[in-house]
Design a protein around this ligand. Structure first.
Ligand code: FDA
Length: 501
C-alpha cells in the first residue's frame, strides 16, 4: 500500500526522476517514487526477465493485444504478433499523426532504449537552452551524468574485426564514399560484456537482438545505476503499478495526489490519496505534461499558466532503410546496440545526426537502417480533452515534413554515390521515410517558460518538473544524457535553496 504522506514524492522512475530521488535520498529526505509500470527483476518460466525480441510475448508491450514494432513489415509482410494484454515494458501512445514510444517500469525509458549516451554539441545546447550556463553544464553536470550512468565506449580494434558491427562498418563505407564523417557513439551497454557475448562466454543479449522489449543482460539501465544508489541511501522507496492521475493542493499548502493502483491487465485495484510536501514530476515528456494540463484545465491547479503544454517536439526523428547490393553483406548477427553515427550536423541547411541502426533479424537482409535526428523548428502542443480525461498532442504530418526533407538530402547523396536505392517495404506501406513515431519526446513544460530556470513550476511553490518535458523539442542527439545532466543541475539548486534552506 501507499503511505498517507511523504515529505517528497517523485512521479515516475525514468532519468529525471532517478537523479532527483538519489539526491533527495542522499540529503536525508524521505522520498517515495510512484511508478505506473512494474519492477523488472524476476525471471519467468523461460528463465529470462524480458521477452525475447524476435518472438515477443505479453511482457513486450504495455496493455496491447498486438505488438506495435517500429518496423511494421518486411517485404510488406506484417511482422507484428498477437500478444496477451499485460503491463509489459514498451508502450506506444497514439496521437493522430504522431505516436510516441515510451518505457514502462522501474527505470522508464532506460529499460527499452538503445543505450546511446550522447552529450550534445555545446553550440547546439547553447542554442536550445541559452539561459542555462553552458560552462557549468559541460564542466560539471554532463561529466557527472556520464559517470553515474556508466557510459563506456566500444574498443576500436574489436569494433573493426567483430561480426556484430559488420552492419555498421558497411554503412560507414557507404557514408564515407559519399564524403560523410562517422563518429563512435558512447553507450550504457557494457561493451566488454558484448565482446564476451560474441566470444561465446556469456549469455547473449545485444547479440540476441534484444533492445526495445528490454535487455536481459549487459545494459546499465537505471535500476542498476541511479535507482540502485537511491535505494541504497535508505531514504527512498519505490511503489510500482501506481499511476498518478490527479494533483491538487491542500489548504495547508501540501500536494494531494490521486493514485490508481493497477493490476497486471491494467484494471483498477484501488484508488488512493497520498500527500507530499515537495512534488517532483518525472513521468516523462508526455506523462508529466498530461498531469499538468489535466490539473490546469480541470481546475485542481488553476494557477498553472499558458506555457504548460507548449513547446513539444519529436527531436526530428526519421527512420529510413537502404537496400544493399548482393555483395555488400551486413552479417546475420547485428548488435542491437548501435555504436556509430553519421555526423552531418554541421551542414548549414540540413543538419542531421543519423545513428546506424541494426536490423537484428538473425539473417542477412541486404538492408541498412538509420534513425536520423534532424533539426526541425516545428513544435506541437498539448490540450486537455475532457471526454477522454487525457492530454491530446497536436502535431500534424505536415509539421514532420522538414525532417524528411533534411534526411532525404543526405540519403539521396549516399544512394547516388553507391548506386543503391531506398527500401519501400519496411513501414507498412510503400513510404521510404518513416516519421509517424518518435523515440525522443521532448518538451511540454519547457525550462524557463512553464518553469523557472531550475524546473520550478510557475504559479506553485514546491512543485517541480525534472524530465524530458523541460527540453524544448530538440537536443540534436539522443536525449537521455541531456535529461540526466539537467536534472543533476536543477536538483542541486532546489535542494540548496528550497529544501535545506
Ligand atoms: P522516462 O520516459 O524515461 O520515464 C517516465 C516514467 O514515468 C516511466 O517509467 C513511466 O511509466 C512513468 N509514468 C508516466 N506517467 C506516470 C504516472 N501518471 N504515474 C506514475 N508513473 C508514470 N535516448 C537516448 O539518449 N539514447 C537511446 O539510445 C535511446 N533509444 C531509445 C529507444 C526507444 C525504443 C525509446 C522508447 C526511447 C529511446 N531513447 C533513447 C529515449 C530515452 O529513453 C528517453 O528520452 C528517456 O527515457 C526520457 O527520460 P524521462 O526522465 O523524461 O522519462
Amino acid at each position: 500500500g501507499l503511505p498517507d504522506f511523504a515529505p517528497a514524492v517523485v512521479i515516475g522512475t525514468g532519468y529525471g526522476a532517478a537523479v532527483t530521488a538519489l539526491r533527495l535520498g542522499e540529503a536525508g529526505i524521505p522520498t517515495v517514487m510512484l511508478e505506473m509500470g512494474q519492477l523488472w527483476d524476476t525471471p519467468t518460466a523461460d528463465g529470462s526477465v524480458f521477452s525475447p525480441m524476435l518472438s515477443p510475448d505479453r511482457r513486450s508491450m504495455w496493455l496491447k493485444d498486438r505488438t506495435e514494432m517500429p518496423l511494421a513489415s518486411f517485404l510488406w509482410i506484417d511482422i507484428d504478433r498477437r500478444i496477451e494484454r499485460y503491463t509489459g515494458v514498451l508502450d506506444r501512445v497514439h496521437y493522430g499523426d504522431m505516436s510516441v514510444y515510451v518505457g514502462r517500469g522501474v527505470g522508464g525509458g532506460s529499460l527499452v532504449n538503445g543505450a546511446m549516451a550522447v552529450t550534445p554539441r555545446r553550440s547546439y545546447f547553447e542554442e536550445i537552452l541559452p539561459a542555462v550556463d553552458a560552462d557549468e553544464m559541460y564542466g560539471t553536470y554532463f561529466p557527472r551524468a556520464n559517470h553515474n550512468l556508466g557510459v563506456n565506449e566500444v574498443d576500436r580494434d574489436w569494433f573493426e574485426e567483430c561480426d556484430s558491427y559488420q552492419y555498421a562498418r558497411l554503412s560507414r563505407k557507404h557514408a564515407e564514399k559519399a564524403g560523410y564523417r562517422t563518429t563512435f557513439v558512447p553507450s550504457v551497454y557494457d561493451f566488454d560484456y558484448m565482446r564476451r557475448e560474441e566470444a561465446g562466454e556469456v549469455p547473449r543479449s545485444a547479440l540476441s537482438a534484444e533492445v526495445i522489449f528490454g535487455n536481459n543482460h549487459g545494459k546499465r539501465s537505471l535500476d542498476k545505476t541511479y535507482l540502485a544508489a537511491a535505494l541504497g541511501t535508505g531514504n527512498v522507496t519505490i511503489k510500482t503499478l501506481q499511476e498518478v492521475r490527479d494533483i491538487r493542493r491542500g489548504a495547508d499548502g501540501t500536494y494531494r495526489l490521486t493514485v490508481r493502483e493497477l493490476d497486471e491487465t491494467g484494471g483498477t485495484v484501488a484508488r488512493r490519496e497520498m500527500g507530499a510536501r515537495y512534488l517532483f514530476l518525472g513521468a516523462g515528456s508526455i506523462g508529466s505534461t498530461e498531469l499538468l494540463v489535466r490539473a490546469r484545465d480541470t481546475g485542481t491547479l488553476p494557477d498553472l499558466g499558458e506555457q504548460v503544454g507548449q513547446g513539444w517536439g519529436p527531436n526530428g526523428n526519421v527512420m529510413v532503410g537502404r537496400a544493399n547490393h548482393a555483395w555488400d553483406l551486413t552479417g546475420a548477427t547485428q548488435s542491437g546496440m548501435p555504436a556509430l553515427g553519421i555526423d552531418a550536423w554541421d551542414d548549414p541547411d540540413n543538419p542531421v545526426f543519423a545513428e546506424i541502426a541494426p536490423m537484428p533479424a538473425g539473417l542477412e537482409l541486404w538492408a541498412s537502417l538509420y534513425l536520423a535526428i534532424t533539426k526541425n523548428p516545428e513544435r506541437g502542443h498539448f490540450t486537455y480533452d475532457p471526454t477522454t480525461d487525457a492530454a491530446k498532442l497536436h502535431w500534424t504530418a505536415e509539421q514532420g515534413r522538414p525532417s524528411i526533407d533534411s534526411a532525404k538530402v543526405h540519403f539521396d547523396r549516399i544512394n547516388g554515390v553507391n548506386n543503391t536505392v531506398y527500401r519501400h517495404d519496411l513501414f507498412g506501406d510503400t513510404r521510404t521515410f518513416e516519421n509517424r513515431f518518435t523515440y525522443h519526446p521532448l518538451g511540454g513544460a519547457v525550462l524557463g517558460e512553464a518553469t523557472d530556470l531550475y524546473g520550478r513550476v510557475k504559479g506553485y511553490d514546491n512543485l517541480y518538473v525534472t524530465d524530458g518535458s523541460l527540453i524544448p523539442g530538440s537536443t540534436g542527439v539522443n536525449p537521455f544524457v541531456t535529461i540526466t545532466a539537467l536534472a543533476e543541475r536543477n536538483v542541486e539548486r532546489v535542494l540548496a535553496e528550497d529544501i535545506r534552506g
